[in-house]
Design a binder for this molecule. Structure first.
Ligand code: HEM
Length: 147
C-alpha cells in the first residue's frame, strides 16, 4: 500500500551509499544519549564522538545497521521472515549492554536522519510509515531480551 511505497521511494532516494546517512543517524544518537558510545568496546580507541564515528569499527557498525534497515525495506511484504534474524540481533545487543528503552532514541535518530536527507519529501505520512516499520523491527529485536 501507500506506506510501503513511501518507505521504498524514500529509502531509494537516499542513494546507493547509505553509510553517510547512517553517520548522521548515529551522530544524532550519541548527541541524544552519549552513554551509548561506551557500549562499543572499541570506543576507548577514539577521542571525541566525531573521531569515533569516523573510525573503521564505528563505520562498520553503521554499515551493518544500514544493511539491516535495507533488509527490512526489501522485506516489507514479509517482515516476519526476518524475525529469527532480528531476535538473534536483539540477543547480541542485550549481550553488549543495550537497553530496549534505547530503541526509542534510535528511532528518533532515524527520523532525524530522514528529515535531514529528504527535506521537503519528509512528510507526516512518511514519518508514520517509517515509524510503523521501525516498531515492527524493534518488537522483533526486543524478543531477544525475553528470558
Ligand atoms: C553489533 C551496539 C543499534 C545492528 C553491535 C555491537 C555493538 C552494538 C557494541 C558489537 C560490536 C560491533 O559489531 O560493532 C549498538 C548500540 C546501538 C545499536 C549501542 C543503539 C542503541 C543497532 C541497530 C541495528 C544494529 C538499530 C540494526 C537495526 C547491528 C548488527 C551488528 C551489531 C547487524 C552485528 C551483529 C553480529 O555480529 O552478528 N551493535 N547497536 N545495531 N549491531 Fe548494533
Amino acid at each position: 500500500g501507500k506506506d510501503k511505497e513511501l518507505i521504498r521511494g524514500s529509502w531509494e532516494s537516499l542513494g546507493n551509499n547509505k553509510v553517510p546517512h547512517g553517520v548522521v543517524m548515529f551522530s544524532r544518537l550519541f548527541e541524544l544519549d552519549p552513554a551509548l558510545l561506551s557500549l562499543f568496546h572499541y570506543s576507548t580507541n577514539c577521542g571525541s564522538t566525531q573521531d569515533c564515528l569516523s573510525s573503521p569499527e564505528f563505520l562498520d557498525h553503521v554499515t551493518k545497521v544500514m544493511l539491516v534497515i535495507d533488509a527490512a525495506v526489501s522485506h516489507l511484504d514479509d517482515l516476519h521472515s526476518l524475525e529469527d534474524f532480528l531476535l538473534n540481533l536483539g540477543r547480541k545487543h542485550q549481550a553488549v549492554g543495550v537497553n530496549t528503552q534505547s530503541f526509542a532514541v534510535v528511532g528518533e535518530s532515524l527520523l532525524y536522519m530522514l528529515q535531514c536527507s529528504l527535506g521537503q519529501a519528509y512528510t507526516a505520512p512518511l514519518r508514520q510509515a517509517w515509524l510503523n516499520m521501525y516498531s515492527i523491527v524493534v518488537a522483533a529485536m526486543s524478543r531477544g531480551w525475553a528470558k
